[in-house]
Design a protein around this ligand. Structure first.
Ligand SMILES: [Zn+2]
Length: 198
């Protein structure tokens, strides 16, 4: 049940609706296509649980946003998804908070017809509402990833180092919106400013 609440908060952060209208007011949102070089990060921390969702332009992840045609392009998409699923490379968590990744998902409409990759067999989970939205926006395909984290000592979960600029060097900025027990914040990370404090 708690997960469902967090998911709806995240959807609110993404769309700028519902309980998070303050964020929408303070941060003008791009309602249409993403901007190349700009990723988005949403995080909700509630109790022992943290949920992070990422949206990255395909061009920054694999260098293109069209349906992969060559083997090389198909491999690039699979490798990028594997990279995003390798959560400890993407986020460095404070040891003191005793956090662990409990569930990680990554997807892209660019990967949807890779029939020879059975991933982990959880196709239903991949096709959530978010990825359906992506299907309609093929001109600017994105990668999305979701990280569920459980922390034994959540009071020490006060920062997060984001390794996305290292993983995807053409990223210039990551706009973040976070909802933590202390409040709601938004801002930008850059290649030389990767530590998110809250
Ligand atoms: Zn694009």
């Amino acid at each position: 049940m708690q997960k469902r609440i967090m998911a709806s908060i995240l959807i609110g952060l993404f769309t700028g609706t519902g309980a998070t209208s303050h964020a929408a007011e303070t941060m003008p949102r791009q309602m249409d296509a993403h901007e190349h070089g700009h990723g988005e990060l949403m995080m909700v921390h509630e109790g022992n649980n943290v949920m992070i969702e990422l949206k990255l332009p395909g061009v920054d992840v694999v260098g293109f946003e069209h349906t992969p045609e060559t083997e090389e392009q198909k491999n690039a998409v699979s490798e990028a998804i594997a990279k995003l699923r390798n959560a400890p490379e993407i986020f460095t968590l404070k040891e003191k908070a005793q956090c662990r990744f409990v569930k990680v998902q990554a997807s892209s409409p660019l990967a949807r017809d890779d029939g020879d990759h059975d991933h982990d067999g959880k196709h239903d989970e991949k096709h959530d509402d978010a990825s359906h939205e992506q299907h309609e926006d093929e001109g600017h395909a994105e990668f999305r990833a979701e990280y569920h984290i459980h922390c034994e000592a959540p009071e020490h979960f006060r920062s997060l180092d984001v390794g996305l600029f290292r993983a995807f060097p053409s990223l210039e900025e990551i706009d973040y919106q976070i909802l933590v027990p202390e409040g709601q914040y938004s801002g930008e990370l850059e290649a030389d400013k990767t530590l998110l404090r809250f």
